[in-house]
Write a protein that binds this ligand. Sequence first.
Ligand SMILES: Nc1ncnc2c1ncn2[C@@H]1O[C@H](COP(=O)(O)OP(=O)(O)O)[C@@H](O)[C@H]1O
Ligand SMILES: [Mg+2]
Length: 248
Amino acid sequence: MNGVTLQGIEKTYRVDGREVRALDGIDATIERGDFVSVIGYSGSGKSTLLRILGGLEEPSGGRLDRTGLEGRTGMVFQEPRLVRSLTVEQNMALALKHTRDPRKRRQAVDSSLELVGLAEFRRAFPGQLSGGMAQRAALGRALCREPDLLLMDEPFGALDALTRKRLQSELVRIYRLTGMTVVFVTHDVTEAVSLGRRVFVMERGRIRDEVPVPFPYPRNQSSADFIVLRDRVLAQILSRDEGVSVAI
Ligand SMILES: Nc1ncnc2c1ncn2[C@@H]1O[C@H](COP(=O)(O)OP(=O)(O)O)[C@@H](O)[C@H]1O
Ligand SMILES: [Mg+2]
């Protein structure tokens, strides 16, 4: 199988003399081309899982295999994290500093600007962009490296509802166009079910449920089937305890 396999992944942090178990045995498979939404209470380990998937952190235990997805990983966070003194296109080019050929760099930046709809704002500075445009730029910066795996940590969490909806549709369009593998962390159930082919429900450092979402894209959030599934996922989360397990 081509994709990411996680076996017994654990992560323990030491905080103020105590051990906090952020991940407590994650077993999961993410196939190449899949779109997985990850949802759960704050503190359930979503961001830790994403950072481990992205290689930003090492697990304390367990095994992670990436087969056929050995290429680049892109990450998008809740804040755009753009360099304020650089233009949109310069921010994107920064992600391509290892691409020696300037022509290739320009092509990658150009096509990424097109994908996220920012071609006309390529010379704008971050301070001149709205929140939605800044997140588009952050997405474009991740995309210009043509990632095999795109990891997103509540990327639309700080946006207003309308902008958020638009960016959700854009992301689905880009996902279908590129065929990349996406892992998308959110605490919004509607967003999780609108975007993912599967929803991982996390609780206390574990994946408690994997819910398949059988609806074709683009999804109709007002359809009866959609609402039934969304409410089921919500009920699953609400029936669980909040918080993380703490071992002394
Ligand atoms: N760098 C860190 N140092 C210490 N504790 C951390 C660190 N990152 C996360 N944690 C703890 O691990 C648990 C899971 O955190 P996190 O993965 O950020 O959850 P989520 O993204 O679901 O809100 C929390 O209890 C958090 O306080
Ligand atoms: Mg988080």
